[in-house]
Design a protein around this ligand. Structure first.
Ligand code: GLY
Length: 391
């Protein structure tokens, strides 16, 4: 009996590996999106009204209200599935989960209003072109995004040249590297100048000589640096994996939007991309901190894949490629996506609380969300698949 079980395990691993070798990346994308549609509908059936998915622990779907920084990612997952499949039922669900996010405009928020609104209302705005929305509704979507962008810009401290990240803690003006992701809301719907100043200050103070980044920099009112440390990484001097992922994606994104400092941003992202590629494990999935070897973090992997693909988008095809980095961007993204789309990471239909990916790490030092699904892992996984070149 034990021999039969061993034979079946080896046989199914072999069949999967065999099937994968013959699956093109675009076939893989279709397979994942078909599963994503099933999972998203299943998750909708599990969610209490007004509660947004956060993770799945034990047998429990853990939810949050709109105020949690991840609230926009489930609507964003729905918009991404609609974008790929054009399924009208999914579109209706996306609208239904996006509309309540407007309440953020009346609530106390922090820098994460960028994440919250861009993945929900921002994606809706991208999808209105051929949609059924009235001109009034389209104007309302724009208003929400512009008002949200103003809320983010109001957090800017001109004397320090940064947007304040958090509202809690004993820091003076804390800025975490994650904040780079929130700048897209400003670049598209708000004060680009504020975003550029923040990105340039961060570039000056957050990065180490090897290209990696600290998690948190605390500023005095005059912009001098009071301290550099980690909160979610292993140690102040280690490279927290999701922090590196946010920085990579954030500077590639700024390279796309900026009219003036694009080269500087792209160079920063390229240097970090090279470090990440050189330090990724064989399967492409980093541990939650690059100095550790216990828990893998699928969320960092998904964001890195999306970041590498955004960097691929802004590469300069006319210049030489002296370090050979351009030749590594697509193959590394592919390596990551193939592992995430394997049974080790991808959920079976109607399991995992409706999440797609397993094995994410939220905040290990505070003992929260270790080896679990995470909404942002799913969102950036799907986004990376959408960013794949179509040929
Ligand atoms: N922005 C929070 C995190 O990455 O955990």
């Amino acid at each position: 009996m034990r021999r039969l079980a061993l034979f079946l395990a080896i046989f199914s691993a072999f069949s999967f590996a065999h099937a994968q070798r013959h699956e093109s990346l675009l076939e893989l994308r279709d397979r994942v999106f078909e599963l994503a549609r099933v999972q998203a509908v299943y998750m909708d059936s599990l969610l209490p009204e007004g509660s947004y998915p956060r993770t799945f622990q034990g047998d429990t779907l853990v939810t949050s209200d709109i105020g949690w920084w991840c609230s926009g990612f489930y609507p964003g997952v729905l918009w991404t599935i609609y974008d790929h499949t054009k399924d009208k039922g999914i579109r209706e669900m996306a609208v239904r989960w996006t509309r309540p996010m407007k309440a953020l405009l009346e609530m106390p928020t922090d820098h994460d209003i960028g994440f919250q609104l861009m993945s929900s209302y921002g994606y809706w705005d991208c999808c209105v072109k051929k949609g059924p929305e009235s001109p009034e509704e389209i104007a309302e979507i724009e208003r929400v995004l512009q008002t949200g962008a103003q809320k983010l810009a109001d957090r800017f401290v001109p004397s320090a040249g940064v947007i304040r990240s958090w509202n809690f803690g004993d820091w003076n003006i804390p800025v975490i590297i994650d904040n780079m992701m929130n700048l897209e809301l400003l670049m598209e719907y708000g004060d680009e100048k504020v975003a550029e100043i923040h990105a340039l200050t961060t570039l000056k103070n957050h990065f180490r000589p090897d290209g990696t980044t600290w998690h948190l920099v605390d500023y005095a009112d005059d912009g001098s640096v009071l301290g550099k440390q980690t909160v979610q990484g292993f140690s102040d001097d280690s490279a927290w994996a999701r922090g590196q992922a946010w920085a990579l994606y954030g500077y590639a994104m700024m390279g796309f939007w900026s009219m003036s400092s694009d080269d500087l941003y792209i160079e920063t992202a390229r240097k970090l991309a090279r470090w990440i590629i050189d330090n990724l494990p064989e399967d492409g999935i980093p541990y939650w901190d690059f100095s550790q070897t216990d828990y893998k973090d699928a969320s960092a992997a998904a964001i890195i894949a999306a970041g590498l693909l955004r960097l691929w988008e802004v590469r300069d095809e006319d210049t030489v490629n002296p370090t050979g980095l351009d030749d590594l961007l697509l193959p590394t993204a592919e390596r990551i996506l193939r592992t995430l789309a394997s049974p080790e990471y991808l959920a079976e239909p109607r399991t995992n609380g409706g999440f797609l990916l397993k094995h994410g790490v939220g905040n290990l030092p505070s003992g929260s969300e270790i080896d679990v699904p995470l909404t942002y892992a799913d969102y950036y996984f799907l986004e990376a698949l959408m960013l794949l070149p179509n040929d």
